[in-house]
Design a binder for this molecule. Structure first.
Ligand SMILES: *Cc1c(COP(=O)(O)O)cnc(C)c1O
Length: 425
């Protein structure tokens, strides 16, 4: 693309952008009376305007119906999870029966590992990326311990090569092959939270299957960020949160995916609760667990209506836009920000801002992680003082996420402008 570093050009890109109007449907926090430059949609998405109305509606149902709300209204609570299934399925490329919204992310990761990590003396290893999100590290460490294994031996991390920041797919595949029949589960994130690297889920899944292991993914930074085809890729299980790119509010509910080849097998082991029980006989309150077919059979509790109602508002918006259109804008938006930052480096005559996120657009979504120099923290504080909400990660990385649902090309221009002023000062 032939980008230009001028404000007029950023304005032109916004005019051309069909998704630009969606920005009007979100609340932006204020800084000195003006909208902040919000670049942390990968940590907590902004609040869509429709959420308050949706919550008021359920509060009203509760007020007016009490327990009868389970059966009354246009979206009775009894079936609430079903209203989110078709949209969640489109979001991650699954069949409706393969997904369900329930619980929270780390809880689901453990529940899914309870089903898919059934280690034996011979096959007990978990392969994951080095530098995974801490919750995932702790989950894998304690899963290994829970089954009586030493995590130092059971959890194998794939790390970048000396002098490199991100993983090579060939190294991931080679590690899986090398550990061969000792591998029980390959558990990766879809997009690494720190570097923004998007992994090749299909090839990792194939490699896991080739050694007889399961492949599962934590899609916290991936769902709503990149188009996915979990069913076609043959992924065994996955889970994600809804409060990052999916804008469902702090602590929002998690989605989970179980491929139908496992989910339709009632004998597939799991930790059960009443909401995963066959709905025809759920209220007979009898002994003997009979799971619902599909991912619904991994539900434990009755639905968290208030947080799921907020999630539904956001899912409606994703449906309206579609992941393909969102990705198309995202590719352009991230490339534009990258161009502006590289332009600053060129002007300065050296690499002041070192982007560690892969250059290849196929290997990233809406995030650039910028390795800063000694002045990194000062730069970050300067940005904050000037109305930018970005994310600081020790020791010296600033993460910015140009989110296609509500960030504009002008936002990117303004951010780069501030970066430029800091270096010039
Ligand atoms: C955000 C994130 C989490 C957070 O987990 P919660 O259970 O929702 O607190 C876990 N894993 C990854 C990879 C994340 O990015």
């Amino acid at each position: 693309m032939n980008f230009q570093p001028t404000y007029a050009y950023a304005q032109f890109l916004d005019k051309e952008d069909q998704l630009h109007p969606f920005r009007q449907r979100f609340f932006f926090p204020k800084h000195n009376g003006k909208n902040v430059l919000y670049f942390t949609g990968n940590s907590l998405g902004l609040q869509p305007y429709g959420v308050e109305k949706a919550l008021r509606k359920e509060l009203k149902n509760w007020r007016e119906y009490g327990v009868e709300g389970h059966f009354k209204g246009d979206m009775p609570w009894m079936h609430y999870h079903k209203f989110l299934q078709p949209q969640s399925a489109r979001l991650v490329g699954a069949k409706e029966s393969e997904v369900v919204v329930a619980n929270t992310l780390t809880t689901n990761l453990h529940l899914l590992m309870a089903s898919f990590y059934r280690p034996t003396k011979e096959r007990y290893k978990i392969i994951m990326e080095a530098g995974a999100f801490p919750s995932d590290m702790y989950a894998m460490e304690t899963q290994a311990r829970w089954h009586g294994f030493n995590p130092d031996e059971a959890v194998i991390e794939v790390a970048p090569r000396e002098g490199e920041e991100t993983l090579r797919t060939e190294d991931i595949l080679a590690t899986i092959a090398e550990h061969g029949s000792t591998v029980a589960v390959v558990m990766f994130s879809g997009v690494n939270y720190y570097t923004g690297q998007f992994f090749d889920l299909k090839r990792i899944t194939d490699a896991a299957h080739a050694v007889g292991a399961f492949a599962g993914f934590d899609l916290a930074h991936t769902a709503g960020n990149l188009p996915l085809h979990l069913h076609d890729w043959g992924v065994d299980f996955a889970c994600w949160c809804s409060y990052k790119y999916l804008n469902s509010g702090p602590g929002g509910p998690s989605g989970l995916f179980v491929h139908e080849k496992h989910g339709n097998d009632p004998a597939f082991l799991r930790f059960a609760g009443w909401w995963g029980h066959d709905e025809e006989s759920r209220f007979l309150m009898r002994k003997g667990y009979k799971p619902m077919l599909g991912a619904a059979g991994w539900q434990l509790s009755n639905a968290q209506i208030l947080s799921m109602a907020a999630h539904k508002v956001s899912l409606d918006m994703f449906d309206e836009v579609g992941m393909d259109a969102l990705r198309e804008k995202s590719l352009k938006l991230t490339a534009y920000l990258e161009f502006l930052i590289e332009n600053l480096n060129e002007e300065a005559g050296h690499s002041h801002f070192h982007i560690i996120t892969p250059k290849n657009p196929e290997e990233r979504g809406a995030q650039l992680s910028i390795l800063t120099g000694d002045e990194g923290k000062k730069l970050f504080d300067y940005l904050t003082e000037n109305g930018v909400i970005a994310d600081w990660r020790e020791p010296n990385v600033i993460r910015v996420a140009p989110v296609p649902m509500y960030n504009s090309f002008k936002d990117c221009w303004r951010l780069a402008d501030l970066l430029g002023r800091f270096t010039a000062a």
